[in-house]
Design a binder for this molecule. Sequence first.
Ligand SMILES: O=C(O)C(=O)C[C@]1(C(=O)O)C=C[C@@H](O)C=C1
Length: 277
Amino acid sequence: MSRNLLILGAAPSLGELRDTLIRLEDTIIFALIERSQFRHNRDIYEADKMHFKDGYRGSFLTWFLKEVECVHARVRRYQSPDEYPFTNNLPDPVLPPLEYPPVLVDPARININDEIFDVYVNTVVPGITADGDDNNYGSSATRDIECLQALSRRIHYGKFVAESKFQDPATHDEYVRHIKAGDRAKLMELLTNTRVEEQLLRRLKAKALIYGQDLSSACPDSVGNGLLPVSAAGESGAGERVKTRVDYDLVVSLYRDYVIPLTKEVEVEYLIRRLDG
Ligand SMILES: O=C(O)C(=O)C[C@]1(C(=O)O)C=C[C@@H](O)C=C1
């Protein structure tokens, strides 16, 4: 995705941006499935549960995040306008800066990763994992970081979506009026597209149902007969609820209650500052 942002001369269209959001649904569902194979492992989220030889005070996950983000910062990850770190005071890149086409007007580099982290640790992880401790701390935290990065990229992509809506001649003047009035509620109303949200949630349920199935004991023939038949409602041919590796209703509620609202929050916060300077 970063490469695309580098080579795009002009702002991406709303259609192109929505295609990226659709692709990120797959990334997020698979990352959640990966994390859900391990138990909750609550200790990795609690500060001072582990003794760090380097004197670090905090949770295992925040220690791990900081280490990973240091490496990623050194290879310029956070120079990309769709990548935002969860930790601070990161080192400078070892390579010269890249020139990204100036699509966004975002001097404050709006970053809501603290909110995303909070929702992920306190709501998502307990929802998608079985309770208990299986000692897979490194494996769990590795998957956590993948989930967090994917969610963060998806949610901060709202800036590009907001910019594209702001540039649209059909709504430009209306956006400018609400921005000048500092009216966040009106901006929220204007940028909301209920039809797109409903379609997204339906698609997401279908994807979570299909990607979440464990096909290890299925014996399909060469044209695929023999795979578990699943209806859109999540019922097997026999009428019972399909057991998937990650609960598809949870994936839908994650998007409905957090991912979409946080994306819209990013869009509003981006737009409200759009005319500054
Ligand atoms: O596709 C858009 O128009 C967006 O702004 C993205 C998004 C989303 O988060 O998926 C957010 C707000 C809209 O109501 C619809 C969808």
